[in-house]
Design a protein around this ligand. Structure first.
Ligand SMILES: C[S@@+](CC[C@H](N)C(=O)[O-])C[C@H]1O[C@@H](n2cnc3c(N)ncnc32)[C@H](O)[C@@H]1O
Length: 312
């Protein structure tokens, strides 16, 4: 984790998103201390062809449960031994040297560039929007290796954080993080598809001021997110912040989005969630606070969209 992460003024960033040029995207990266990159023109045909070659496993296949567990076991072993933050970076099949930013492809020389961009945006999302300012506890569902907990802690050093995940290795990594950083993060086993099994003390929820967070994990539910939504309704949190890929944000008419739409559908990622939330808003169950695409992601897709709401 970088010692000093620069601040993004998202008001300026969203202005830039309206009419990004190669020059402005380059300036944005240089201002944020990124070096050794070049900006590539988007080749739609090549991207779609690449996608055909890739073996893509749908997220809700049972196989995925095992593969997450295997990945987090390797992370656990490496982090326990070396205690390096880079050990917490998941190894995805995506080329982590290539990112998508504001309608362009940026190719870096450094292999951890996606993680650096991810860190920059996540830190600034919490810092700029300060969604959890009225919360006493953050419930982070699908916390994975806990790498984002380090970013959360930078913004909210005294916040109680509970990590939830289906993989027990996630809990083992968090124990190591606790030992190493002298944190007191709790962990609970949790499944989005049967959330009621996770024992949460709901009786004191109104006093606790919970904030709910998911980062690239609700994506794994595809179109089966209603059980989780109903579970949240019972918790009645102050705020729900989902930082997720959602089909809703891509534009079918936009060439740059086409391969991402294909990829998203093939993966079976989150789909229909925003429209479902809009229906819930019409029924006065929730109030949607923010729906924003941040135009940043990996070679294959853009998982940084802000979906923020609260229960009424
Ligand atoms: C893409 S990773 C994201 C992890 C972390 N939030 C991050 O951004 O680094 C998805 C996480 O969701 C978890 N997951 C997948 N399916 C789940 C389910 N049904 N219930 C709970 N967690 C699940 C995986 O174990 C994994 O940790």
């Amino acid at each position: 984790m970088s010692k000093h992460i620069l601040k993004i003024d998202f008001n300026n960033y969203f202005k830039l998103a309206c009419k990004p040029t190669k020059h402005l995207v380059r300036s944005f990266l240089l201002e944020n201390k990124f070096r050794n990159f070049h900006i590539k023109k988007y080749d739609e045909k090549k991207s779609l062809n690449l996608l055909k070659l890739k073996k893509i496993i749908k997220v809700f296949k049972n196989l995925r449960k095992k593969s997450w567990n295997d990945s987090w076991r390797s992370v656990y072993i490496a982090f326990k031994k070396n205690k390096k933050v880079s050990n917490l970076f998941p190894i995805y099949k995506d080329n982590s040297k290539i990112i998508r930013l504001l309608g362009y492809f940026v190719v870096f020389k450094n292999k951890h560039s996606f993680e650096k961009i991810s860190e920059l945006f996540l830190y600034n999302i919490f810092n700029f929007f300060n969604f959890f300012k009225d919360c006493k506890k953050i419930l982070y569902f699908g916390c994975g290796t806990g790498k984002n907990i380090l970013i959360l802690k930078k913004n909210y050093p005294f916040m109680n954080i509970v990590g939830f995940d289906r993989s027990p290795y996630s809990g083992k990594i968090i124990s190591e993080i606790n030992k190493h950083y002298k944190f007191n993060i709790q962990f609970k086993l949790f499944d989005f598809f049967s959330p009621g099994k996770s024992k949460l003390d709901l009786s004191t929820r109104s006093k606790k001021k919970h904030g709910v967070l998911t980062i690239h994990s609700l994506e794994q539910t595809g179109h089966k997110f209603t059980k989780f939504f109903n579970f949240l309704k019972k918790i009645n949190p102050e705020i729900v912040v989902n930082i997720e890929p959602e089909l809703y944000f891509y534009k079918a008419s936009n060439n740059f989005d086409k391969s991402m739409i294909e990829f998203h559908k093939k993966k079976g990622y989150l789909n229909g969630y925003v429209n479902f939330l809009k229906q819930q808003e019409d029924k006065n169950v929730i109030e949607i606070i923010m729906l924003k695409r941040l135009y940043v992601g990996s070679e294959s897709h853009e998982p940084f969209n802000l979906i923020v709401y609260k229960f009424i």
